[in-house]
Design a protein around this ligand. Structure first.
Ligand code: FAD
Length: 645
């Protein structure tokens, strides 16, 4: 903490008025963006409203989950912060979806809010080439369009609300989260704010985006539950839900978490009662957030929208710890926006909460977002050179989605500032690629969150192999340290050697049965199998094989789980390979950005021309995924670009 204080004192003393990259906002997107840009080699400035809220968890005290845990692993593989922060601050670790295959396991942890924030702050404030400035950005500085490139602006810097000198930069990354023209809602009142206790981002920013740059800006909403005083909750009436006995770290660089297995805190599960539904219905006229839109966000629904959508049902409520020494509990599933006295009445309808006291009432937030189809796959605004957007401002929800975009925007903002070409990540190699591609080619109509079902190649994009997929690439892009790269190379070589050793162990199934009596291998077929083939069987573990062939397999014991997973998915991935190649060749075909789709001399319907003109996909792959595109239109587009350009 004293190191943090010293670092904070040093912040806010700017030594220059020009940076390669300026990042606006110190949330989950902004912190990853700033750290990534600095790692790539750019002189970077992070400007955020309050240094003390850098890395704050606005809503749930948890990280990861199904799909989201994959993103955390990928951010970590690219040397981002959130995975290591999760290992430092986690107080309850569990792997979700264990009953399904490891490709869709969801690494998740409850976090100690304070530890998470402190870890992120210490990392950022001590990152070379990165300065942190406390302040609110009032305006983006944008040059007039170049006559040679009509409609194409260029960002040149920012202006702060305190009236100080403008600060210039080659690239600016905007990560304003829920703050852009934000309003908070409780009961019948609304007030300007980005989060409880924090002012909104100035409307000057929205004006620059909408009026000066002509961007389409929409409005989204979400909400958060009341925080409860732990001592007032009767946890004996809820079902204890213990964490995993052995925590699984998020980071590839960690073999253990800071919290020891026995120090972990449990969560508790309870359910709503008919009384909850009654209070919701009786108080609808007092609840302007829900009156404006009863449906609310699909992926973080309020208790009001849950009971209105599914009347008569009881709904899960998780009681989650907020920290090792925190006096508070977070009731996940009880996001609500009714007046505080009604919130108290509602929670007391739930048996363990009969005498519960509210520390901070729940509230809703509405904010501006920028329709993300106006961005390139580098997350740069297509009509404004040097302006990058990441996080909730792009219509996503969640810390992990924000962190992943932040890292990617930071890498690309730095590359632009250093005159390097944009970096690309495809949907065949990462969930980050899926996320970015979904946003820029399909857009959003409601807050977007990651699910494993969004990825076509789930069996190859697994949490266990994110380092193999991304760390070498990240090293080439400059965002991965030599230490991590060295470790990833060691892991890759060891896995390759172990797989070669397993493949070299070939013998007939009869011989295998003799060596490993009791395995459930069909007795009818006699075939030749390698150790790798055998490892595909459910009841064969690497440890069993290593006990039979210790001389060639025991050096690889540390990778036993990874080898088992590789073996299980090998047949799927062999099948996927040709499909991945086809997609990659489509991804690699760039579509020129100056095409006039309305006059293009190929057979395309008017509807397809309008879609292409509106979304201006940058690759054939992105065009393929636009809603309304037909296979014939894609074939015609391919022929045109392939043969005439
Ligand atoms: P944020 O974490 O919001 O960070 C934005 C940062 O930008 C802040 O530090 C702010 O101070 C700074 N900033 C803004 N404007 C300026 C400016 N002009 N100048 C300088 N600094 C600026 N997520 C879920 O997954 N599930 C939920 O149920 C959920 N509910 C939520 C409920 C509420 C009430 C809120 C506020 C958020 C909720 N979230 C939820 C969203 C979650 O907090 C975000 O997805 C995540 O924090 C987004 O990260 P971000 O970096 O984009 O923005």
């Amino acid at each position: 903490v004293s190191r943090l204080r010293r670092l904070k004192l040093r912040a806010s003393q700017l030594s220059r008025q020009r940076y390669d990259v300026i990042v606006v906002g110190g949330g989950h997107a902004g912190t990853e963006a700033a750290a990534a840009a600095a790692r790539v080699g750019a002189e970077t400035l992070l400007v955020t409203q309050k240094i003390q809220t850098i890395g704050a968890l606005s809503c749930n005290p948890s990280l990861g989950g199904v799909g989201k845990g994959h993103l955390v692993r990928e951010v970590d593989a690219l040397d981002g912060l959130c995975g290591r922060a999760g290992d430092w601050a986690g107080i309850n670790f569990s792997v979700l979806n264990r009953s399904k295959g490891p490709a869709v396991w969801g690494l998740r942890a409850q976090l100690d809010r304070q530890r998470y924030r402190e870890f992120i702050q210490v990392q950022l404030l001590s990152t070379p080439r990165l300065k942190v400035l406390e302040g609110s950005v009032e305006e983006l500085l944008v040059s007039d369009p170049n006559p040679a490139e009509p409609g194409r602006h260029r960002v040149t810097g920012i202006r702060l609300a305190n009236g100080s000198q403008p600060i210039s930069a080659s690239s600016v990354v905007l990560t304003t989260g829920t703050f852009l023209s934000g309003s908070l809602f409780v009961g019948r009142t609304s007030s300007p704010g980005g989060r409880i206790g924090d002012a909104p981002s100035s409307s000057g920013l929205t004006q620059t985006l909408r009026d000066q740059l002509g961007l389409r800006v929409g409005r989204l909403r979400t909400g958060t539950p009341p925080r409860l005083l732990k001592d007032s909750v009767d946890l004996s009436l809820a079902k204890l839900h213990p964490p995993d006995r052995q925590p699984t770290p998020f980071s590839f660089m960690n073999t253990q978490t800071r919290c020891k297995p026995e120090e972990q805190l449990p969560c508790y599960l309870t359910y709503t009662t008919p009384g909850v539904e009654r209070v919701v219905r009786e108080s609808l006229h007092l609840n302007c957030h829900i009156q404006q839109d009863a449906k609310g966000p699909r992926y973080c629904p309020s208790i009001e929208s849950r009971v209105l959508r599914f009347p008569g049902r009881s709904h899960q409520v998780w009681l989650e710890p907020e920290g090792l020494t925190s006096d508070l509990l977070y009731p996940q599933g009880l996001s609500m926006t009714m007046p505080p006295d009604v919130q108290l009445r509602l929670i007391r309808e739930i048996p363990p909460l009969h005498r519960a006291e509210i520390h901070t009432p729940g509230y809703g937030v509405q904010y501006d977002y920028v329709c993300p189809t106006q961005l390139s796959p580098a997350l740069q605004v297509k009509n404004t050179q040097g302006l990058f957007l990441a996080g909730q401002i792009n219509g996503t929800t969640g810390y992990e989605e924000a962190a992943a975009q932040g890292l990617w925007a930071g890498v690309n903002a730095a590359r632009r500032a250093l005159s390097q070409p944009p970096a690309a990540l495809s949907r065949t190699e990462s969930y980050i690629g899926v996320l970015v591609d979904d946003l820029v080619s399909r857009g959003v109509t409601e807050p977007y969150r990651m699910f494993t079902s969004r990825a076509e190649f789930r069996t190859s994009l697994r949490p266990d192999n994110a380092d193999l997929r991304l760390t070498m690439k990240g090293f080439e892009l400059g965002c991965v340290s030599a230490v991590r790269h060295h470790e990833a190379v060691r892991v890759r070589c060891s896995l390759q050697n172990a797989i070669a050793a397993l493949q070299a162990l070939t013998m007939s199934s009869t011989s295998w049965r003799k060596k490993l009596p009791g395995i459930s291998m069909s007795e009818n077929k006699n075939q030749t199998l390698s150790g790798m083939d055998l490892l595909e069987y459910k009841d064969v573990s690497f440890e069993m094989l290593a006990s039979v062939f210790p001389e060639c397999l025991s050096p690889y014991m540390e990778f036993s789980q990874r080898l088992k997973i590789e073996a299980v998915y090998k047949p799927h991935n062999d099948q996927n390979r040709s499909e991945i190649k086809r997609i990659q060749s489509e991804e690699n075909m760039s579509l020129p950005q100056d095409i006039d789709y309305f006059t293009l001399p190929v057979s395309l319907s008017q509807e397809v021309r309008e879609i292409l003109d509106r979304f201006r996909p940058t690759t054939l792959g992105a065009a393929t995924r636009l809603q309304g595109m037909t296979p014939a239109a894609i074939a015609n587009l391919f022929n045109y670009v392939h043969f005439t350009r």
